[in-house]
Ligand binder design. Structure first.
Ligand code: COA
Length: 228
């Protein structure tokens, strides 16, 4: 049983498989809105439709638990940049999916979560997505630690972007995150906000040996409680 989060209750985190058994999938589908069913129906590959249903159905189930409300009756809005929010307002959340996994972070304050299954990526990618400081930090790493550091950086940046709620309209070069193995998990610069480094908190998520994630929020002092 969950209840409305308070600033003191920190962040609740769920990570679940998007390939559930048929009975769970049918239950999740029964919880979706007409619009969510329409979105699921647009996927060309059935596996992607099923994963969308498993992500959004389970998310409704968890958020309904917080609000002690029938999951089917939850209403969502999206801001001008696509960030979904509950109409009810007291509960903030962020959803992420990668491959067959989803993560949902819930708190009393705005936050962002991102998970990524680590896959081989080109060493050119940081040029497109990362800041100068981040690119320099990655540059000399050998391939294996480079891949892990790349995905720590990627998920931390995505978590910050999702917490800000401005989508990719906020330039990815306008902030730095720390991501080297021995560095504290942190936002170290945010353009136009000189105090940001002391006002933001980031949290690393170890999902599995090939999947990492991060949570970010523009406030400090929270801890993460992980649920299954
Ligand atoms: C849409 C975006 C917020 C996240 O995309 P993503 O990492 O590919 O996908 P995730 O699975 O982690 O997150 C998707 C969920 O975020 C939420 N979301 C969508 N727009 C959002 C926004 N502007 N702010 C916060 N959350 C948002 C939704 O719940 C969405 O789930 P849904 O599509 O099932 O409804 C955005 O950052 C994006 O387009 N990223 C593209 C990848 C990129 O270039 N990243 C640079 C990394 S350094």
């Amino acid at each position: 049983m969950t209840s409305i989060p308070t600033p003191e209750s920190g962040v609740d985190l769920w990570i679940w498989s998007l390939d559930p058994d048929m009975a769970s999938l049918q239950r999740y589908e029964s919880l979706l809105s007409t619009e969510e069913r329409r979105r699921a129906g647009r996927f060309v590959f059935p596996i992607l439709a099923q994963r969308f249903i498993a992500a959004h159905g389970r998310m409704r189930e968890i958020l309904g638990g917080f609000l002690q409300q029938d999951p089917r009756t939850l209403g969502f809005l999206t801001n001008a940049y696509g960030k979904p929010e509950l109409i009810e307002g007291q509960v903030h959340f962020s959803l992420s999916h990668s491959g067959d996994l989803a993560a949902l972070a819930v708190a009393a304050f705005p936050l962002g979560v991102d998970i990524e299954i680590m896959r081989p990526v080109s060493r050119d990618l940081p040029e497109r997505y990362f800041s100068v400081v981040e690119r320099e930090g990655l540059h000399d790493l050998p391939d294996d630690p480079w891949r892990d550091a790349f995905f720590r950086c990627w998920t931390r940046k995505e978590a910050v972007i999702k917490a800000l709620g401005l989508g990719l309209s906020f330039p990815l070069s306008d902030f730095d995150v720390a991501f080297l193995a021995d560095a504290p998990v942190a936002l170290t610069r945010l353009a136009g906000a000189p105090s940001a480094a002391s006002q933001w908190q980031l949290h690393h998520i170890d999902v599995s040996s090939d999947c990492v994630g991060a949570i970010a929020a523009a406030r400090t002092g929270w801890t993460v409680t992980r649920h299954s």
